[in-house]
Design a protein around this ligand. Structure first.
Ligand code: ZN
Ligand code: ZN
Length: 179
């Protein structure tokens, strides 16, 4: 087991009495589940603190990393910086398996083991901050819609054609073809 990759915090010392516990770690390649998680361009750093006060547990944490997304124009893998913060109310209930969300009357996560699994909290927060799309470069030229050539690196015959013709000339050509 790679200790650096553990995404949990041990609360044994504060389960029965007020106090605070912190943990931090590094996520190497992927935030979230093996399938469908978010690929990283660089390892992500996280830290989290749980404070036990008056029978309630407050979890707060943050995760910073570079997600790897596809450029929406040329599909090149593109690093996207993500900075996410989260805060949740928790309750300890021995016997509960894993971490269980109860939404009423307020959002509370129940946990039953002293070792609190943080992976889902980290994943949720990270995913929320992820932009819908990414662009590798402001003026990425994208791919040729006809042959798929990466127009940042090469010029295919289609783009040469397009550049030569003004839209009007192109239209004229089309009309001729159809007449
Ligand atoms: Zn691009
Ligand atoms: Zn082309």
């Amino acid at each position: 087991m790679d200790l650096k990759n553990v995404q949990s915090i041990n609360l044994a010392s504060i389960l029965k009495e007020p106090g605070s516990k912190s943990a931090e770690g590094v996520i190497a390649q992927r935030v979230g589940p093996e399938k469908g998680g978010i690929l990283l361009a660089e390892p992500a750093d996280w830290r989290a603190t749980v404070t036990h006060m008056g029978g309630e547990f407050w979890l707060s944490g943050e995760i910073h990393g570079q997600a790897l997304m596809e450029c929406r124009r040329c599909l090149k893998p593109t690093p996207v910086p993500v900075h996410a913060y989260f805060q949740h109310l928790l309750n300890y209930q021995p016997g509960v398996e894993g971490v269980k969300l109860v939404e009423e009357p307020e959002e509370i996560y129940y946990f039953g083991e002293p070792d609190l699994d943080l992976s889902n909290f980290l994943y949720q927060a990270f995913a929320l901050e992820l932009p819908l799309t990414a662009v590798c470069h402001e003026d990425c030229a994208g791919l040729c819609p006809v042959c798929g050539a990466d127009l940042n690196e090469t010029e295919c015959e289609h783009t040469k054609e397009l550049k030569k013709k003004t839209p009007f000339v192109a239209l004229e050509g089309l009309l001729k073809e159809f007449s």
